[in-house]
Design a binder for this molecule. Structure first.
Ligand code: V47
Ligand code: SF4
Length: 371
């Protein structure tokens, strides 16, 4: 369907047509216009999000060659949606030493991996120098690899513990070899919802401050939103608005990643999960609303390969990386793929079969190879 033809759909109200016209002209939507997008038909949202995505990315879909390290799942917090955290000595807990981590990294010495993604629980006894030294020793083995590590919540804790201000702490980690910051810990910014699902961890303001401080010293980052639990559509749009405002200020975000709440083995299980239609709507609306973000990522280990492929027709231009069976956060929360790994060829086929152009990228979206 040509995007202009949308305006002749009879069931649309005048207000809905006006909002669609704004998106056709790539104009920024207000919070109430963004909220109104949730009342639109999924097919219409797909056409509008694809129009914007094509303008930004010309049919390219990005992936990278990466793996994760989750140094520990021992955590001082108890977020209600988290299936992953454990206390000391509890069954299912782990804490890898730096030597354990080096053993995990060494097999990648002659590989073409470009990124290691490191996140874990907020461990009570580990500190900034411990994690800095971990990064440094990984870089000794893989000097060219980009280290994207530590959610703002982990950073908040380790920087406070070191008695440094945010900028000092982040500079120190950058000197150890930190390349960028992943998007986790954002959850949902609304204070009432945050109080109900993760009252102990860093506030929304602190998450935003940490990302701003990182951008200001040349550390780019990603942004996320945990959706599909007790938040409303308006809470989601308000969350996106806060990200859009910070991006206006710093232009330091690489990509936005909506994270679907998965229900197994956590204290929110009783609310269930949203369906795929809601996932696709949410991806499309994120693409439409975040007009100053270049990239929207569908994280395939969380969504599954099939749904991730469909999101490519709903505004998504990135599906993360090869992973190599190195993350447990989502399999422990009920994601279907218990050993998430995709060979590059499988990712390339998945993208090509969706009618898009596969691009291997590095963490900062420099093109490594176009297929
Ligand atoms: O902050 C925890 C989420 C996040 C559940 O930057 C859950 O490239 C769904 O940050 N259901 C950590 N989500 C993961 C993360 C991430 C993932 C992929 C890519 C990037 C990136 C960052 O995982 C947490 C939380 O929002 N999470 N439990 C759950 N049950
Ligand atoms: Fe800890 Fe992160 Fe789980 Fe919250 S989401 S309990 S901070 S590991």
């Amino acid at each position: 369907m040509l995007i202009q033809e949308l305006l002749s759909i009879k069931s649309l109200s005048g207000e809905q047509k006006r909002i669609i016209e704004k998106t056709i002209r790539f104009e920024r939507l207000t919070i109430s216009e963004g909220h109104a997008l949730y009342d639109l038909d999924l097919g219409i949202l797909g056409v509008v999000a694809s129009h914007i995505n094509y303008h930004k990315n010309q049919g390219k879909v990005y992936f990278n060659k990466n793996f994760h390290i989750e140094p520990t799942n021992i955590c001082i917090y108890n977020c209600k949606f988290c299936s992953y955290h454990r206390k000391f000595g509890e069954e299912g807990s782990w804490e890898y030493s730096i030597d354990d981590i080096i053993k995990k990294v060494e097999p990648y010495k002659n590989s073409d991996i470009t990124e290691i993604h490191i996140v874990g629980g907020v461990h009570p006894h580990r500190d900034l120098d411990y994690y800095g030294s971990m990064i440094k020793q990984i870089k000794n083995i893989l000097p060219k690899v980009h280290i994207k590590a530590f959610t703002a919540v982990e950073l908040d804790h380790m920087i406070k513990k070191a008695g440094l201000n945010l900028t000092e702490g982040l500079i120190k980690l950058k000197e150890y070899g930190l390349g960028s910051i992943p998007g986790g810990g954002a959850e949902i910014f609304n204070p009432e919802v945050r109080k109900k699902v993760c009252h102990e961890k860093s506030t929304a303001e602190q998450w935003l401050k940490i990302h701003e401080a990182a951008h200001n010293i040349g550390l780019p980052s990603n942004a996320t939103m945990l959706y599909g639990h007790i938040e409303t559509h308006l809470h989601r749009i308000e969350h996106l608005e806060k990200l859009r405002q910070l991006q206006d200020k710093t232009n330091g975000f690489n990509t936005f990643i909506p994270l679907k709440y998965r229900k197994q083995n956590n204290s929110l299980s009783y609310i269930g999960e949203v369906n795929t239609l809601e996932d696709l709507k949410n991806f499309a609306i994120s693409r439409i609303f975040l007009n100053n973000f270049n990239h929207i990522k569908a994280y395939w280990p969380m969504l599954g390969k099939d749904v991730s492929q469909i999101t490519l027709s709903f505004g998504v231009d990135d599906i993360d990386g090869t992973i190599d069976d190195s993350t447990k956060i989502y399999s422990m929360a009920g994601a279907e793929d218990k050993k998430p790994t995709m060979k590059s060829n499988e990712i390339i086929d998945l993208i090509k079969n969706a009618g898009k152009i596969p691009i291997e990228r590095d963490t900062l979206y420099n093109i490594i190879h176009e297929y």
